[in-house]
Design a binder for this molecule. Structure first.
Ligand SMILES: [Zn+2]
Length: 183
């Protein structure tokens, strides 16, 4: 994996860039997810389009993500493809001097030195994707409302859960339940 090359894609040059509109395309693929250590994502291809508008000391950036990631199904633990399409905005204010603590409050507004050579949005992109990932991932149900998870895995899981139920009715537990505490 060429870490340096991947990270280079997320560096947007500011120095010497005149007022105007700019557009960049970056691909967040498997190499990106490995480098970013987003473990929930097994594989993926998110096309990222970054629109940058520079107007004097204000730089506004909009990020548009579109594509698909592969995650683990919470039910059968096999891979499932999750289509994703989302966007976010970042505002960068360029100032003569950055005061201490000025960047603490808001993740979407950065205050930076006006002599900043380039913006590194790798971590911003990483955090934006992380926030957009679904918390629960399942294979979709078919039109009849039945899960489309792998049937052989589902059979094993069914077996495991029914033997677990048997343990739960262990007579020793019943004895404990009936135990009365004396005052
Ligand atoms: Zn599944």
């Amino acid at each position: 994996m060429d870490e340096k090359r991947i990270r280079e894609d997320f560096k947007l040059r500011l120095a010497g860039v005149e007022d105007g509109n700019y557009s960049f395309s970056v691909c967040c693929n498997k190499e990106f997810f490995e480098l970013a250590e987003i473990e929930e994502v097994l594989d993926g291809q998110l096309d990222l389009r970054i629109e940058m508008v520079r107007h004097e000391k204000l730089v506004t950036l909009s990020f548009h993500f579109d594509g698909e990631v592969t995650m683990t199904c919470d039910r059968c633990l096999l891979p499932v493809n999750v289509p994703m399409s989302f966007a976010s905005n970042l505002i960068v204010k360029l100032v003569p001097m950055v005061e201490e603590g000025e960047n603490d409050d808001d993740d979407d507004i950065w205050v930076m030195d006006e002599n900043t050579y380039e913006l590194d949005v790798f971590h911003y992109v990483y955090e934006t994707i992380l926030l957009a990932l679904p918390h629960k991932v399942l294979h979709e149900d078919d039109p009849n409302g039945n899960p489309t998870c792998d049937p052989s895995v589902m059979a094993i899981l069914d077996n495991m859960s029914s033997s677990k139920n048997e343990e739960e009715t262990d007579p020793r537990w019943d004895a404990l339940k009936n135990l009365k505490f004396e005052d």
